[in-house]
Design a protein. Structure first.
Length: 134
């Protein structure tokens, strides 16, 4: 099992532990240095990243060229959920604020693991929150 900082927060903390562990096991470990871009706004959402160590910032470039800080996140966050679910492009850029470890897995595998644990996406004002299916 991967070395995961505790406590797990974000989407990882909201998932049942077997689902979170399944996401990590299905992924390939990637390390990021401070300043590295994990995903870039406008890219296709072919994969998600399950953050297990470090801190990231989520920013969006506006049409006028300004950059808006949307969030700062830590271990337990799953990066790229919206694009992985809807098949669209990344809505924001995610950059490492600290050295980070994340597990990358293809969007289709991410969805299959969630479906295997009978979880479904429920939009809320933070993006997507996953809840047990009825």
């Amino acid at each position: 099992m991967a070395n995961v900082e505790s406590p797990v927060r974000g989407l990882g903390g909201a998932l049942p532990m077997p689902a979170w562990e399944g996401l990590i096991r299905a992924g390939a470990a990637r390390s990021y240095a401070v300043g590295d871009v994990l995903v870039r706004q406008g890219e296709t959402g072919a994969f998600v990243l399950c953050l297990t160590a470090g801190k990231i910032k989520v920013t969006r470039s506006e049409p006028d060229g300004s950059e808006v800080l949307l969030a700062v996140r830590g271990p337990g966050e799953v990066v790229g959920v919206i694009a992985a679910i809807d098949g669209g492009r990344r809505s924001a850029t995610v950059t490492a604020l600290q050295p980070c470890v994340a597990y990358a897995l293809p969007a289709a595998r991410f969805r299959a693991i969630l479906e295997g644990h009978r979880l479904t996406d429920q939009p809320d004002h933070h993006g997507y929150r996953l809840c047990p299916a009825a």
